[in-house]
Design a protein around this ligand. Sequence first.
Ligand SMILES: *[C@@H]1O[C@H](CO)[C@@H](O)[C@H](O)[C@H]1NC(C)=O
Ligand SMILES: *[C@@H]1O[C@H](CO)[C@@H](O)[C@H](O)[C@H]1NC(C)=O
Ligand SMILES: *[C@@H]1O[C@H](CO)[C@@H](O)[C@H](O)[C@H]1NC(C)=O
Ligand SMILES: *[C@@H]1O[C@H](CO)[C@@H](O)[C@H](O)[C@H]1NC(C)=O
Ligand SMILES: *[C@@H]1O[C@H](CO)[C@@H](O)[C@H](O)[C@H]1NC(C)=O
Ligand SMILES: *[C@@H]1O[C@H](CO)[C@@H](O)[C@H](O)[C@H]1NC(C)=O
Ligand SMILES: *[C@@H]1O[C@H](CO)[C@@H](O)[C@H](O)[C@H]1NC(C)=O
Ligand SMILES: *[C@@H]1O[C@H](CO)[C@@H](O)[C@H](O)[C@H]1NC(C)=O
Ligand SMILES: *[C@@H]1O[C@H](CO)[C@@H](O)[C@H](O)[C@H]1NC(C)=O
Length: 488
Amino acid sequence: MLKLWSWVCLILFCWVLGGEFWVEGLGVNWGSIATHKLPPKVVVQMLKDNGIQKVKLFDAEESVLKALAGSGIEVMVAISNDQLADMTDYDRAKKWVQRNITHYNFDGGVNIKYVAVGNEPFLKAYNSSFLNFTFPALQNVQNALNEAGFGDSIKVTVPMNADVYDSPEDNPVPSSGRFRTDITDQITQIVKFLDQHKAPFTVNIYPFLSLYYGEGQFPVNYAFFDGDATPLVDNGVQYANVFDANLDTLVSALNATGVANMTIFVGEVGWPTDGDQYANIEMASRFYNGLLPKLGKNKGTPLRPGYLEVYLFGLTDEDAKSILPGEFERHWGIFRYDGQPKFPMDFSGGSQEIKPLVAARDVAYMPNKWCSLDPNASDLSKLAESVEYACTNGDCTSLGHGSSCGGLDAKGNASYAFNTYYQMHDQDDSSCDFQGLAKVTTQNISQPNCNFTIQLVAPPSSSAAAAMGRPFPLALAVSVVFFASLFL
Ligand SMILES: *[C@@H]1O[C@H](CO)[C@@H](O)[C@H](O)[C@H]1NC(C)=O
Ligand SMILES: *[C@@H]1O[C@H](CO)[C@@H](O)[C@H](O)[C@H]1NC(C)=O
Ligand SMILES: *[C@@H]1O[C@H](CO)[C@@H](O)[C@H](O)[C@H]1NC(C)=O
Ligand SMILES: *[C@@H]1O[C@H](CO)[C@@H](O)[C@H](O)[C@H]1NC(C)=O
Ligand SMILES: *[C@@H]1O[C@H](CO)[C@@H](O)[C@H](O)[C@H]1NC(C)=O
Ligand SMILES: *[C@@H]1O[C@H](CO)[C@@H](O)[C@H](O)[C@H]1NC(C)=O
Ligand SMILES: *[C@@H]1O[C@H](CO)[C@@H](O)[C@H](O)[C@H]1NC(C)=O
Ligand SMILES: *[C@@H]1O[C@H](CO)[C@@H](O)[C@H](O)[C@H]1NC(C)=O
Ligand SMILES: *[C@@H]1O[C@H](CO)[C@@H](O)[C@H](O)[C@H]1NC(C)=O
């Protein structure tokens, strides 16, 4: 009898495990710099439907945390860079913890596991703006967490851009990785502090950006995981992809500060699908089809074999992100702006077939109305000016060479620009005029491979104009370029 039961248990156990199989530790970044956001509840249901069990946020937005309550999903909340200076005051840090951590700590509350203190605060492009605030803020937040009783259950971290470390030009190999000299003191303090508190070092790694900034010099295959690239050899270790080489450069830099074996999280990694010649569905699929099985098999990197905690970037496209880094910035989602999956992905990490992601449910769109160039418009002398206005205040990041709508002619371009402006402004009639050049139509004017999208219904409280008017964080995702130099 006992024997039978143990078999039944074993089978049940395997069945449960099989059904739940998932790339262990895989999380997704939930950004929300969009003119029309999916309601948080819809997003949480989408996370659940796809078996996503960890999310990383960029703030501690109340509506998002409320929607996550009771879901069991592990959450990394964040303190934005512009709040770091405040956090150097201990009372402010305590208030932050009370409001944004303790507040959600009830039965059926939010499963907060990490607090990201700043977001890439030592990014070169920030010119040291946050250099002196980050470590004091980190200490205060940790102390406030300790005081509130979360010292053991919630860990702090500081997501860093991979531009905080590098290898010397004369020896550009992972084993010679060191932190940037202009931040050595601050980052060493941070590393030691995180290590002492058993907290992870978080880094954002973007092979896409290596390729993008490589300007034709970076070997394309080295951005992917197919093993087709000529490997870089470092002390007999072969590196066949830039992700591994980059991460191991960090391992060496960390080791050089005197802490061995500290936990590393990859806070952001992903591939955009539009806005550049290298940003498309094919390349994004190729990237994820290499990354996910690698994570599923717990392969790790040569210096860090085994399990690696990774957060994909990102969940959905965000049409209000700054395009300073490039037009691709608004197209990082594994889902479109409306929660429709872009391509099949294997979240099981190789144990199941690659299958479509589950789309967001109950998505509310505005009516089927588009804004188009009026085919009867005769005086086109002001067209360029109007298109420029529409693009500056709308989203034309799919129009460039090599992008999904890059094949439109000048009139198609104008219609596309007018339509994005019109949709972003909630299909308000006055936003489809453009000095008499534009006209509302109920005909779907989408082109093959180029969607003229209908926006989501805006939530009652926030208008598109308000969302667009807020200052965009300098969301520069500039990442290491130096691996490109390996091949020059
Ligand atoms: C809580 O988090 C929100 C969103 O990130 C932030 O705006 C607010 O200032 C925080 N509250 C406190 C008391 O610090
Ligand atoms: C950093 O410095 C450069 C050059 O001085 C300047 O163009 C840029 O606006 C500065 N960026 C920030 C975020 O202060
Ligand atoms: C940071 O603090 C140091 C020492 O107090 C000071 O010399 C330096 O100018 C500060 N840097 C910035 C960017 O504020
Ligand atoms: C780590 O640093 C020690 C010296 O502190 C050195 O002996 C060791 O080789 C380094 N390991 C790696 C993987 O860089
Ligand atoms: C680091 O990890 C390696 C491999 O797991 C182990 O051999 C080594 O002893 C560890 N070093 C320290 C300082 O914990
Ligand atoms: C263009 O003008 C013609 C003739 O005046 C008219 O029949 C047609 O409906 C107009 N088209 C649009 C899109 O306004
Ligand atoms: C369409 O717009 C894009 C982006 O502004 C531009 O690069 C392209 O040259 C335009 N095409 C035509 C035919 O005007
Ligand atoms: C418009 O047409 C495109 C391309 O055929 C299609 O993908 C899209 O779903 C249509 N949009 C609407 C709102 O029907
Ligand atoms: C256009 O939208 C449809 C869904 O409406 C989607 O299936 C299709 O992939 C989109 N095409 C492009 C090029 O984004």
